[in-house]
Ligand binder design. Structure first.
Ligand code: AP5
Ligand code: MG
Ligand code: ZN
Length: 258
């Protein structure tokens, strides 16, 4: 089921985990098409910590037509947000998997102020007060990209239903048209990547998720990165931020919990 699929996809990262350092929680914020998924995969490869994409997890539930998937299908198709309590339950389950012990990248979560407040207390109780980590404060990175470029990126996106690889017909095409380079699967267009739904998703971001960035900004925890650069340059900027702030690294203001 969903559990098996997640474990299968993350199994390769189990090697040498013992000797790798704790990174802690990393949150990637940004509008649809900003590059959260693309960058998460690179961070995963670099630090061997899992990508936790609420969008991917929800889509997997829909694909498998679980009770949750059936419940949220129409909401996702309209480009609206799934109710907070449902998403928080999925995230809690995912972050309790053993591969998240050294840290994780939250891709697409939190997206409302309620989710952000829930995450703060979850991280505090589950990772800090249990003595697992020196801090529970996430590194929050916002990837910023101009509205019109987002539209082009989303309409050009193709994804692999087998391995989750993300392509773009304009900026990052596969070697063979519509076929995944890694496993030969036919690429697909996401159901919510239709014009009218894309606009609703962008509006939802403005209304409900921008305040999350403001919440972290007020707490002095927000770092904004220019996402309108090459994928490599965006990755380099993100890795630099994470290297300087990772949980347990004795520098910066985010080391100690309070
Ligand atoms: P989700 O799956 O999270 O979608 P999203 O936020 O709309 O973001 P996208 O996945 O569209 O974009 P991305 O930033 O990952 O960009 P990508 O790397 O693919 O959520 C989907 C739905 O699920 C929501 O609408 C909601 O209904 C529900 N949901 C999810 N989380 C929820 C939550 N927390 N609460 C409630 N509901 C929730 O890149 C885009 C394209 O650009 C690709 O083609 C890529 O190749 C290309 N690209 C990337 N970087 C660059 C670059 N630097 N230069 C040029 N092209 C680039
Ligand atoms: Mg994504
Ligand atoms: Zn693939």
């Amino acid at each position: 089921m969903v559990v098996n699929l997640v474990q299968e996809r993350l199994g390769a990262s189990s090697m040498a985990e013992q000797v790798l350092r704790t990174i802690g929680p990393v949150v990637l914020l940004g509008p649809p098409g900003a590059g959260k998924g693309t960058q998460s995969k690179r961070i995963t490869e670099h630090y061997h910590i899992p990508q936790v994409s609420t969008g991917d997890l929800l889509r997997e539930h829909v694909r498998q037509q679980t009770p949750l998937g059936i419940e949220v299908q129409a909401v996702i198709a309209r480009g609206e947000l799934v109710p907070d309590h449902l998403v928080c339950d999925i995230v809690a389950w995912r972050l309790r998997q053993p591969d998240a012990d050294r840290g994780f990248i939250l891709d697409g979560f939190p997206r409302t102020q309620k989710q952000a407040a829930w995450l703060d207390s979850f991280l505090k109780f589950e990772f800090f007060e249990t003595g697992k980590w020196a801090s529970w404060l996430p590194i929050v990175i916002r990837i910023q990209v101009d509205y019109n470029k987002l539209l082009l990126r989303i309409t050009g996106r193709r994804t692999c239903p087998t391995c989750g690889a993300i392509y773009n017909v304009h900026s990052n095409p596969p070697l063979v048209d519509e076929i995944c380079d890694k496993d030969g699967t036919k690429l697909v267009i996401r159901d919510d990547d239709r014009d009218e739904v894309i606009r609703e998703r962008l509006d939802t971001y403005e209304r409900q998720t921008k305040p999350v960035a403001e919440y972290y900004d007020k707490l002095g925890r927000l770092v904004t990165i220019n996402g309108d650069q090459s994928v490599d340059d965006v990755s380099a900027a993100i890795l630099k931020e994470i290297d300087g702030r990772a949980c347990g690294v004795a520098s910066g203001t985010e080391v100690k919990g309070n």
